[in-house]
Design a protein around this ligand. Structure first.
Ligand code: COA
Ligand code: AMP
Length: 636
């Protein structure tokens, strides 16, 4: 396949690598700086150099104040659409700014200042966006924890980030059930070694909660008083290299990694991406259907659209069941969204309920131009279905929490390249993607290997892990010197298109959510009757993958296998959270292993997925694999 000649992609990407300082220096003009950077890139700083060293800015100013001053005061900045509460609420740029100024002043009253951490454990409500922006406004570092995580996960993040303050709400809403956040928050604080000074709790009308005297404060009371007394916090100047937020993501153990995002590089790369990658202009309506607890939500519900002066939709609902498989089309049509970003899993769920796309034809989608998919590999059948039904380009693009924005995509704004199903297309500016073997030697086109990115990483990518430079080196930079290790495996084709086929570590992707099987194994192993265990991701029609746990029980256990299986399923839900979707645990007499004692996860997965498999030469006892096949019968 040849690539389009009318796209500016090739010259843009080539320039970003040949003259990174010239390229990013020009892109940085989209941002208002209090003091311009002294150096576009300083190779002597940080683990691999730092972007926009010496530059001073404020991210919230760039997301709100400058648009209000520049003529967008009355433009809608945020549309909150919640089929779960039956409400649609809009905020103009001026209104969002006023809310943010007031909450930022409240945070300052609690003694929060530059560099202090604030944890947000919040459902998908506008106050969560206001809270993120309020932190950015005063130079505080927010750390948003996804609402589907359990108390123990929240506790781990509290201990690592050491927040002075936690912002939360009384409840989240899932279809058919209210998720009470407050008991989870209380349990997390009890479990954590570090106790925050205070909590600010938003009481939602669907389910209130008790506030703890002395520690908990009512969000609405504080907000109302701040508005009534005209309290307002000014933007605090921060360095481009100062942290904007820490976002925890699954590592290869139960201990999550605190990915740090800086202020300057983040603002610059995100502002570039809205027009050049997503093809969205200031003033247009954009929808990212993720959750603010994930990186995609941080970047494309909150920061990028606002930095760009667009209107962002925040959706509290699901692709199906709220109320039906037409929910996405209703939102796109009602709010006139020009582009939409979601995960392939959502489309698989819609396709299952509405295979002929009947709901799609009920809505006027005439403003809708492009669908973007990310979070997991966009499987070609799903992409083809979406293309057929929607009749707009469907763009897969590849991402990681660590990068904060797209690594490889199809740049709609620069001029789309031909789509090849199964590939997220080509590297974005600043990313030099290579595929290497175990000795870090590049492999020929079409050959699978480890996907790595040549250092330096472009702006917005992680400079380090929160207070853990060494862990960052260990996780990303040591194995392939001179490169960032993505921990994804795949290949490049002869046109330079990237194919991302799967992880090289124990991370699995469940409904677009990134989870560590190692973390789940730690939880299973904590059950007193479990001697040994293995968790692996097995195929699922909707979620892509779901975890499946194999347990070897201790000798002399008196409970039935079924009882223990039920208990470990409950344990994972309790310790990690419902988002793990851990519903299948199977007790077996032993785990298939190599003669050197390594569990044969790959072969077990193939058996569970119904794929053809060959007997590994190094297996200790071939019969152990037959036993796995027998144990799986009737369980999938
Ligand atoms: N708070 C509390 N619980 C939550 C939650 C939250 N914020 N988010 C999810 N959960 C719970 C769900 O209720 C569910 O609980 P259950 O086991 O009691 O049913 C569990 O966690 C698993 O959730 P999920 O993986 O979302 O599965 P689902 O069956 O509810 O929905 C999809 C499946 C495909 C519809 C849904 O995963 C989805 O919309 N995914 C798209 C995600 C996305 O767009 N990501 C963008 C990344 S780029
Ligand atoms: P997260 O950090 O949660 O964004 O998850 C990142 C991981 O999700 C990547 O390392 C990939 O394994 C996977 N991923 C995300 N987007 C894609 C994509 N478009 N194609 C293939 N894998 C993807």
């Amino acid at each position: 396949m040849t690539t389009s000649t009318s796209s500016h992609y090739h010259e843009t990407h080539a320039r970003s690598l040949a003259d990174p300082e010239g390229f990013w220096g020009e892109v940085a003009r989209a941002i208002d700086w209090i003091e311009p950077p002294k150096k576009v890139f300083d190779p002597s700083m940080g683990l691999y150099g730092r972007w926009f060293a010496g530059g001073v800015l404020n991210t919230c100013y760039n997301a709100l104040d400058r648009h209000v001053a520049g003529g967008r005061a009355d433009q809608v900045a945020l549309i909150h659409d919640s089929p779960l509460t039956g409400t649609v609420t809009t905020f103009t740029y001026a209104e969002l700014l006023r809310e943010t100024q007031a909450l930022a002043a409240v945070l300052q009253d609690f003694g929060i200042g530059k560099g202090d951490r604030v944890i947000l454990y919040m459902p998908m409500i506008p106050e969560a966006v206001v809270a993120m922006l309020a932190c950015a406004r005063i130079g505080a570092v927010h750390s948003v924890v996804f609402g589907g995580f359990a108390a123990k996960e929240l506790a781990t993040r509290i201990d690592d980030a050491r927040p002075k303050l936690i912002l939360s709400a009384s409840c989240g809403i899932e279809p058919g059930r209210i998720v009470q956040y407050k008991p989870l928050l209380d349990e997390a604080i009890a479990l954590a070694n570090l106790k925050p000074d205070a909590c600010i709790i938003l009481q939602r009308p669907q389910q209130g909660c008790d506030l703890l005297e002395g520690r908990d404060h009512d969000w609405a009371e504080l907000r109302n008083e701040a508005i009534a007394t005209n309290k307002s916090a000014d933007c605090v100047p921060v360095l481009a290299t100062d942290p904007l937020y820490v976002l925890y993501t699954s590592g290869t153990t139960g201990k999550p990694k605190g990915v740090v995002r800086d202020n300057g590089g983040h603002a610059v790369a995100l502002a570039w991406s809205m027009e050049n990658l997503y093809g969205v202009k200031p003033g247009e309506v954009w929808w990212c259907g993720s959750d603010i607890g994930w990186v995609v939500g941080h970047s494309y519900i909150v920061y990028a659209p606002l930095l760009h002066g667009a209107t962002s939709i925040m959706y509290e609902g699901k692709p199906v069941g709220t109320p039906d498989a037409g929910a996405f089309w209703r939102v796109i049509s009602e709010h006139k969204a020009v582009a939409f970003f979601t995960a392939p899993t959502a489309f698989r769920a819609i396709r299952k309920d509405d295979p002929d796309g009947n709901f799609i034809r009920k809505y006027d989608l005439s403003n809708f131009r492009t669908l973007f998919l990310a979070g997991e590999r966009a499987d070609p059948p799903t992409v083809e279905w979406a293309e057929r039904q929607l009749k707009v380009p469907v763009i897969d693009h590849w991402w990681q929490t660590e990068t904060g924005w797209c690594i490889a995509g199809n740049p709609v704004g620069l001029g789309m390249l031909p789509v090849k199903h199964g590939s997220p297309t080509v590297p974005m500016p600043g990313y030099k993607i290579e595929v290497v073997d175990e000795a870090a030697k590049p492999v020929p086109a079409g050959t699978m290997g480890s996907i790595v990115i040549r250092l330096p990483m472009p702006p917005a990518c992680l400079p380090t892990l929160w207070e853990q430079d060494e862990r960052c080196n260990e996780a990303y930079f040591n194995e392939f010197p001179g490169y960032y290790k993505t921990s994804d495996a795949g290949y490049l084709d002869e046109d330079g298109y990237v194919y991302v086929m799967g992880r090289t570590d124990d991370i699995i992707n469940v409904a677009g959510h990134r989870l560590s099987t190692g973390g789940m194994e730690e939880i299973l192993a904590s059950h007193p009757d479990v001697a040994e265990c293995a968790v692996l991701g097995i195929k699922d029609d909707i979620k892509g993958e779901v975890p499946c746990g194999f347990l070897v029980l201790k000798a002399g256990v008196t409970c039935s296998n079924a009882e223990i299986e039920r208990e470990v399923v409950a344990l994972v839900r309790d310790k990690l959270g419902p988002v793990a979707a851990f519903k299948l645990a199977i007790a077996v007499t032993r785990l298939p292993k190599t003669r050197s004692g390594k569990i044969l996860r790959g072969t077990i997965k193939k058996i569970a997925d119904g794929e053809t498999w060959t007997m590994p030469a190094t297996i200790e006892d071939p019969k152990s694999l037959d036993e796995i096949g027998a144990a799986l019968k009737g369980r999938l």
